[in-house]
Design a binder for this molecule. Sequence first.
Ligand code: NAP
Length: 253
Amino acid sequence: MQLNGNTILITGGGSGIGRALAEALQEFDNTVVIAGRNQRRLDETTAANPGMHSVSLDVTDPEDIVRFAAELPKSYPELNVLINNAGIMRAEDVTNHNLDDAEETVTTNLLGPIRLTAALLPHLRGRERAAVMNVTSGLAYVPMAATPTYNATKAAMHSYSLSLREQLRDSNVDVIELIPPYVQTTLMGDAQAQDERAMPLDDYIRDTMTILRERPDVDEVVIDRVAPLRRAEANGNFTELFGMLAAMGKERG
Ligand SMILES: NC(=O)c1ccc[n+]([C@@H]2O[C@H](COP(=O)([O-])OP(=O)(O)OC[C@H]3O[C@@H](n4cnc5c(N)ncnc54)[C@H](OP(=O)(O)O)[C@@H]3O)[C@@H](O)[C@H]2O)c1
């Protein structure tokens, strides 16, 4: 993916990784449009970043996605990059038979990007060069037992990205997977933003942008901090890391 001169849609761009990525990409001379449900956060982000745009979108709502995908290219005909970043992460107790969290997680983290990609792909295919960037997680590769459905959606998005990339191999659309480690955001609540075990957000974005800048053909953005999880199976220490994450999940509650 060429790093400048794009018009980029970032879902969940009003906070955390999405916001920081939006700001970094704007610095690289891209037009950036952030999307999410929380209008106040979107407004704060665009106010702090003149030239940035925002649009309202709930990725759990199939009708909203269809409406959105029909309208957005009218306002931003140059749109050529979709970043599927919006996501939720909930701890789940599998002995509690309430599946609300599990279902919401699948709808947001898995069906959301699949639906949005499908809806915007016809437009992206019409651009000279385009990209779909899917934000997964190190937990796609070594699950944390405390968040079963979350891990499963991220593993599924890894798999989906592989097939999407293969089907679009000879097309104008690059498919890139961004694989964050544990990062200081409020994904699982305010305490995460202060957790010293999590990577500072600025450091994560710096390392990610370095890879995107230096390797325009990269398929998977694997920064050093997440490499042990991404490569655990190949390195032969999956079981050890799985155990460590299970213990960490219990601690984090
Ligand atoms: N932080 C980490 O440790 C970490 C590690 C690996 C992967 N990730 C991934 O990174 C991505 C960003 O997470 P984050 O850490 O930056 O957390 P975050 O600050 O909570 O960001 C999540 C974003 O998703 C948006 N969102 C959630 N549900 C949505 C919906 N139904 N429709 C539209 N937008 C929705 C939220 O915006 P609204 O509330 O405004 O809708 C929010 O801006 C997620 O996919 C997450 O799984 C994070």
